[in-house]
Design a protein. Structure first.
Length: 86
């Protein structure tokens, strides 16, 4: 796809051109990840990332924090020990 030129809004906002959005499967209101790269800024669909170890596989939200299964199991074991749950 050919590069497009856009101007940021006065508050540095950016509307992604419709054809680019459609081609990439982006819809209004969806969460995105924004990453600085050597070539500029990369915007992609949000991938939940474990807040403890950075994994992106098998991540679910637990008490509002994205947590992978492995970390969830470690937390579960620790909680059982700390609170002496059976
Ligand atoms: Zn993790």
């Amino acid at each position: 796809m050919e590069a497009k030129h856009k101007r940021l809004t006065s508050k540095a906002g950016l509307t992604i051109p419709k054809d680019v959005r459609m081609a990439a499967g982006f819809t209004g209101g969806m969460a995105v990840d924004i990453e600085e790269t050597a070539d500029g800024i990369l915007i992609r669909k949000h991938r939940p990332t474990c807040c403890y170890c950075g994994a992106v596989e098998d991540v679910k939200s637990i008490k509002g924090r994205d947590t992978c299964r492995r970390c969830a199991e470690e937390i579960f074991k620790e909680v059982k020990t700390v609170y002496e749950f059976i």
